[in-house]
Design a protein around this ligand. Structure first.
Ligand code: FMN
Length: 349
């Protein structure tokens, strides 16, 4: 099929060039991909943050960094799309090369460092292309601003009327000091400042995206804090700077964040522990190594109410959400479940 040929070509091309070709192809409307997409079945539907999700499969942050193609993905079977990470000012990110495929490992290592067009451009794109489904915006600070909280607050104020939720990204390993916000005191300060500016009528759901690399012993206290500060969702997880031992591809030596199949179990373990302490009081969005119906099903059983993916899109192409929807729906039927929500966390019972 033509799409398989295109995918094979893209996988042989430099990852960043392949990414920009993919964005251009999606923007151009040349590929009538939506003709191949089947509607998600009703057993995949859920309501979270007061929004109706037709499918639990979302596009993870980082692919549509500049909000150029979110409506295309919403037509390809994705139940929601998270654009960004966006920063207040445009920035170039780290020196190239900075994205590496590890095909044998079904993985990627990236050290992009938030290259993006800045919030101004992202804002005008969203205003000019009304989202046809659920849109999240993932926000982070500029490298040049030592006052990181200032940047988060600024972006929330500027963007909160444009999206269905905002994700506070404190977990990218490629911005120095960002992951320090996993420290409970620092996180408490950040969240209470966010609540100060997000408490009026136009309140937007706030999600927090966490790293797989922080210690399990702090999770119970972290859950207490997230409940106290009324965080609306927890995204588990971002990429990992650890876990290189079992990788095969020589790119394993590259520094940066590891994503894809090798972090599947690692992020599942974090989901399980968070779910143990928090249950369904705060929905968990599971991300890391979702490649097919089985891996999606497993993550939901660990405690995720919604899922996101990035690396499998790179390896398997833009019809991935549609095919996971179908497989996941069949798995629910096979096991006698009427709706996805019945499965959330059952591995923990
Ligand atoms: C090339 C690349 C760029 C990414 N950029 C971002 C980003 O800007 N912000 C963010 O929160 N996560 C970013 N991520 C992390 C993903 O959103 C996701 O959390 C991680 O890749 C694990 O999911 P996966 O195994 O399905 O890829 C990026 C991942 C990759 C591979």
């Amino acid at each position: 099929m033509i799409y398989d040929l295109i995918n094979t070509f893209l996988k042989k091309t430099d990852p960043e060039i392949a990414h920009s070709i993919a964005i251009k192809a999606l923007k151009s409307n040349l590929l009538p991909l939506n003709l191949l997409v089947s509607k998600p079945k009703l057993n995949l539907a859920s309501k979270l943050f007061n929004k109706e999700f037709k499918s639990p499969i979302g596009l993870a942050a980082g692919f549509d960094k500049n909000a150029e193609v979110y409506n295309k993905f919403l037509k390809l079977g994705f139940g929601f799309v998270e654009v960004g990470t966006v920063t207040p000012k445009p920035q170039n990110g780290n020196a190239k090369p900075r994205v590496f495929r590890l095909s044998e490992d079904k993985a990627i290592i990236n050290r992009l460092g938030f290259p993006n067009d800045g919030f101004d451009k992202l804002k005008s794109r969203i205003l000019n292309d009304k989202p046809q489904g659920i849109l999240g915006i993932n926000v982070g600070p500029n490298k040049s601003n030592a006052q990181k909280i200032e940047d988060y607050l600024y972006l929330i104020k500027e963007l909160k009327d444009l999206a269905d939720y905002i994700t506070i990204n404190i977990s990218s390993p490629n911005t120095e000091g960002l992951r320090d916000f996993h420290d409970l005191d620092k996180l408490g300060d950040l969240l209470s400042e966010i609540n100060n500016i997000n408490s009026n009528n136009s309140k937007i759901p706030i999600l927090i995206k966490l790293s797989p690399d922080f210690e399990n012993k702090n999770i119970e206290k972290m859950c207490e804090l997230l409940l106290k500060e009324s965080v609306n969702g927890i995204i588990l997880t971002n990429t990992s700077v650890l876990n290189r031992e079992k990788l095969i591809n020589q790119n394993r030596q590259e520094s940066g964040g590891l994503s894809g199949f090798p972090i599947f179990k690692i992020s599942n373990d974090k989901i399980k522990i968070f779910y143990k302490f928090i249950g369904k009081k705060i929905p968990i969005i599971g991300v890391g190594g979702v490649f097919d119906g089985e891996t999606a099903y497993e993550k939901i059983k660990c405690g995720a109410s919604l899922l996101q993916l990035y690396t499998s899109l790179v390896y398997q192409g833009p019809l991935i959400a549609s095919s996971i929807n179908e497989e996941l729906s069949n798995l629910l039927d096979r096991d006698g479940f009427k709706n996805l929500s019945e499965v959330v966390g059952i591995n923990n019972n």
